[in-house]
Design a protein. Sequence first.
Lengths: 425, 149
Amino acid sequence: MFGLIDGNNFYVSCERVFQPRLLGRPVGVMSNNDGCVVARSEELKALGVAMGTPAFELRPRWRRGELELLSSNYELYADMSRRVRAVLEELCAGVEPYSIDEMFIRCEGFTAARLHAHARDLHRRVHRYTGIPVSVGIAPTRTLAKLANRAAKALPGYDGVCVLSPGSHETQAILRQTPMAAIWGLGQRLVERLALLGIHTARDLAEADPMRIRRHISVVLERTALELRGVPCIEMHDLDAARQRIMTSRSFGRPTGELGELREAIRQHAQRGAEKLRTQHGLARAVHVFLKTDPHRPDLAQYSPAAIVELARPSDDSREIIQAAQQALTAIHRPNHRFMKAGVMLLDLVETRRRQLSLLDAPQAQAERERSERLMATLDEINRRMGRGTVTLGRPRPGAAWQLRCAHLSNRWTTRWDELPVARC
Amino acid sequence: MSAIRFPHPEPPPLPLSHPLDSGRAGLSGFPSPAQDYEARTLDLNAHLVKRPAATFFMTVKGDSMEGLGIQDGDLLVVDRAIEARPGHVLVAMVEGEITVKHYALLDGRPHLCSANPRYAPIPVAERDCQVWGVVTAVIHELLTPPCSG
């Protein structure tokens, strides 16, 4: 059996652990740049505020104190996510994080009654240890666990925990009630195509002939259909393809066309990407850089170029990656355009231990490579211990256009000594 | 880059470790009597933090807990996994504020108390309060740390 543990309104819940004044109030967390609402408390949902609502639309109600908006505090969310994972790892086997607020677990060898008690225990303990309320869904496959989790969250009778046993009436009832769009990994286009085949609910898909699904749609959807029947066939690494690249990009606080500012943004992104690359022990073979103008401003000249620069050899050295990224930027930058977004993608990743020295690679003395490794390890260690951005290659100018707007950032309560919560007495 | 100076050539390891190269004594090749003790280190984190996932640090503000050895500016180690019992020092949410209190039974009823007679005990049943975690240690530094930021 598989379990899916999912933090309820995760970002808002993280904020509430340390700010009791937010309890019971309509609270939203805004995207990077304070652009739009990306997480909502139940109270905010009840006010009819939809996901993705632009923050400026809510500003009048915010000023009147009817609701509260916060900038996203990813450092806090990442640490709380790590804690949730640690609690789960103490209590169950095979914990696999799927996203910042969703983790899969394996539950083998339980009797039905014990499984239920185990699920309750997880539900209670994660909340008590970390302060984050979670929903627990357990079922024979990952796809069903996702539906069980959805039921645990949405249907009050379950009170946060839903265990679906194979082929039970309960499972059938939930499949009947589940529209296609709620199934894991199904996009709108596919939902429309399936409707033409007479498949409208999860149950229709589960009962469809798998061979027919494969012929008409795809092997991937056939697997989903089998999973809905209770046959496990989706593995985590099927979901992991995205790890083959590392992407760091962000919208700017205000549009800019100035090359100096773009260089800074690209340098930060390249640096951050290289850091991620080193934590997963990878090397990149190429660096992809892109720029975007604002598509919502048809009155301005549109230009969204991209370029890829190959590295002389697979590398995780921030300096080499930054250099390649800047070279790509120089190649695509044109004056008289105001860009809204810039990003760096590291491509064609290989594992560090599989580093192959090719005759075609630019030669690099052993000593030089070791020096680079030591420098990068020191850089990462300092930034890990003293906080991200303590040592960087080049310093951003304060107030640069590309810097994040995060005017309503709460403290990083759990990762910075000078931002700890204050207990009064 | 030249403006950045490192206080140490490389960051010192956290635990106070015994020297690792004491394994063999000189040329004789006899194992050193210290060999069995090599791997032992004292890690203050491991000593004070029993359950890292459930442990949080907080700073104290105020003087009402001085009678119990908790002073303004001290660092609290708070464990959310521990079930609160009378006698514990707690972090509790009292009417929307994070506070440190002593959990005690007065006339058989649970109260949150200060260690200062100027503040009256708060009867748990009558106020909006919730246990946040149990304080397991208080760290009181005697010298102001060189980098307080």
